[in-house]
Design a protein around this ligand. Sequence first.
Ligand code: SAM
Length: 226
Amino acid sequence: MSCLYIIPTPIGNLKDITLRALDVLKEVDVILAEDTRTTNKLLKHFEITTKTKAYHQHNEHLITSKVIHEITNSENGFAIVSDAGTPGISDPGYLLIRECVKNDIKIISLPGPTAFVPALTQSGFPCDRFLFEGFLPHKKGRKKKLEILKEEKRTIILYESPHRILKLLKELNEHLGSNRLVSVSRELTKVYEETLIGTANELVEKFSNQKPKGEFVVVIDALKMN
Ligand code: SAM
């Protein structure tokens, strides 16, 4: 069947893979993987022997039309996975999915792990409406984006690496004001999972004393609406 399955994979805890994801990964002809080594480890753990093929930001522009052709001619469809979480969410996938839509290839997107949802729901900040910004630009456009976010009234979600978390918290303090509460979740679903809530400045102090480790989701409280 000409079909692309979007398959979320665990962001730490392997038990978060769904039964349905395992079934699909076993049944498809090929699994497109951001990093085949990472995915092959996951597949080995679940004793899945499906063939993998590299599909990532460095080759997606070159191979997408060939992959579309292969999916169209496949018997059991293809799956796409990223290293962790949901493909397309700050990860490769968008380009292929867009081309599948254009080419009338059926897409079946499975629900499953993604880092921003647990970070948001456990922050205690409003989650009826929110803005997901993913990673801020590293250099060009970063300041401008922070100034735009200053006006945003909804809860804001950002992704950040351990190398830049301290810089980001300092910038949030500078651009969004010193009273706005921030929730920082790291190592979600893992043994050392931790969520800290405070003003950006309080969190700067915390991470200045303790080297930031793991991957981070930063959730910024909504502004009270009158
Ligand atoms: N596709 C993934 C998803 O659905 O969440 C996101 C991939 S993006 C390249 C990686 C970023 O996601 C990390 O830098 C971090 O901000 C966030 N992230 C992924 N796993 C995480 C975890 N276990 N704990 C906290 N943040 C995590």
